[in-house]
Design a protein around this ligand. Structure first.
Ligand SMILES: Nc1ncnc2c1ncn2[C@@H]1O[C@H](COP(=O)(O)OP(=O)(O)OP(=O)(O)O)[C@@H](O)[C@H]1O
Ligand SMILES: [Mg+2]
Length: 259
């Protein structure tokens, strides 16, 4: 199989949709060079350089497919970060939240202890964890699911990545909490420097926050379009069937309006 063509833009949220098993997670893992054993990516995955001689130019990018281990290790967590459905995946249960944030910063960015701590507090503030200073010395289990996902996002952002891969980040949360986390992702993207790939099987989630939406099926992209266009005038039959299946779908109506 093959044929996944998508581009993330700075300050944008790119939604990746599709039914279970369509290849959304594998696409995200391929970016990090973390495909499970036996699977390899072919083609090209290019990460724009924001530092170094080629920064900002068309030729200033790092090729990630087939990149040496050292290059991928430098990219992971630092230039490209990931959050998962279950925030515990990225949080250590027995380390205070502050340590988890500062360890990354001190290791990757070479920050001293006081600077790292100040930055950790600012990050928790940015993801709207209440009482950021107090939160630094608490453990993950002392927070609600929604707060834990915010903390996992803060950990992902600790080293100022340019790309955030978010794989079903709100799927395990209550609907009301979901909305808050999606709003946060929107704010982070609107901050300007971060590109977000938002993986979700839930097109309702997409309609709320994504700028562009790509729909996958059986490991291939079937359609990619700006959100508005995808929801009002989808070109692909499969996309239409997904939209029609949305609860309380007004798609038929919206489709009519668009014509
Ligand atoms: N591009 C591809 N080429 C070959 N095989 C693929 C590709 N994408 C996915 N697969 C196969 O499909 C399986 C499921 O893919 P993946 O876990 O990415 O699905 P998903 O869309 O994330 O599903 P879910 O919504 O259940 O998380 C993979 O384990 C892999 O075997
Ligand atoms: Mg998945």
């Amino acid at each position: 199989m093959g044929g996944i063509d998508l581009a993330l833009s700075r300050g944008g949220i790119h939604g990746l949709a599709g039914e279970s098993g369509s290849g959304k997670t594998m696409t995200a893992l391929a970016v990090l060079g973390l495909l499970p054993g036996g699977m390899t990516a072919s083609g090209s995955i290019r990460l724009a350089d924001t530092e170094g001689p080629g920064a900002g130019s068309d030729s200033g990018f790092t090729e990630l497919v087939g990149a040496p281990r050292g290059v991928l290790q430098g990219v992971r967590g630092r230039r490209v970060a990931m959050v998962f459905q279950d925030p515990s995946t990225s949080l250590h249960p027995q380390l205070p939240v502050g340590r988890q944030l500062t360890d990354h910063m001190r290791h990757h960015l070479g920050l001293g202890k006081p600077e790292a701590r100040a930055k950790a507090e600012a990050l928790l503030d940015r993801v709207r964890v209440p009482d950021a200073r107090g939160a630094l010395s608490k453990y993950p289990h002392q927070f609600s699911g929604g707060q834990r996902q915010r903390i996992a996002i803060a950990v992902a952002l600790a080293c100022d990545p340019t790309v955030l891969l978010a794989d079903e980040p709100t799927t395990a949360l209550d609907v009301t909490v979901q909305a808050g986390v999606l709003q946060l992702l929107r704010e982070l993207a609107d901050g300007g420097d971060l590109s977000i790939l938002l993986v979700t099987h839930d097109l309702g989630v997409m309609s709320a926050v994504a700028d562009e939406v790509t729909v996958m099926r059986q490991g291939l992209v079937v359609e990619s379009a700006p959100r508005q266009q995808l929801f009002t005038a989808p070109r692909d039959e499969y996309t239409r069937s997904l939209l029609a299946a949305l609860p309380g779908s007004s798609f038929e109506q919206a489709g009519e309006d668009a014509r």
